[in-house]
Design a protein around this ligand. Sequence first.
Ligand code: ADP
Length: 197
Amino acid sequence: MQIVKNNGPITGEHIAEKLNLTRATLRPDLAILTMAGFLDARPRVGYFYTGKTGAQLLTENLKKIYVKDYQSIPVVVHKNVSVYDAICTMFLEDVGTLFVVDDDSLLVGVLSRKDLLRASIGKQDLNSLPVNIIMTRMPNITMCYKDDLLIDVAQNLIEKQIDAMPVVKEKGTGFEVIGRITKTNIAKAFVALANED
Ligand code: ADP
């Protein structure tokens, strides 16, 4: 990097010469630095330093990750199912958030673990209590679209202090649930970013 910074544009051969290495030995290192964005290469000109910091390159890469790249399959329940059945679904499907839909499969609510816990510590009969009584309902649902940037969704999850949001598509006057983004998806994207070439 220092050689290119001081002498760029400079060919791979000249860099290798300065390091007393062969061009072939140096090739993988130059490939990594170029792919990572620290160096750029132009045919017949050579390598030059892009001047971008690690933080700038990280930001550039974050702006290439979309919801659609990391979304999971949503788990939905009908608004008339009982709290008891919703608890069973949450366990069976191994998710932390359920989305609630109406007869037209349009999004009407969200159920978190604590919503279900709160309902369970009361004296109500969980088999006869429908989820639409306890859910967080429209228009208070935070949603996202498949073409949103994942970093913006992550920011929204933090601001709203929630664990998940539905990925939706407009359908008539409402929204159809087509996916789910959770803190786990964000963590996966974070790790993938660190493991990139
Ligand atoms: P938990 O309640 O288990 O800690 P959350 O932090 O996700 O889980 O939920 C906190 C509250 O916010 C709950 O009452 C839940 O119904 C509501 N909530 C969860 N996700 C959303 C969302 N995407 N939009 C609006 N409200 C939500």
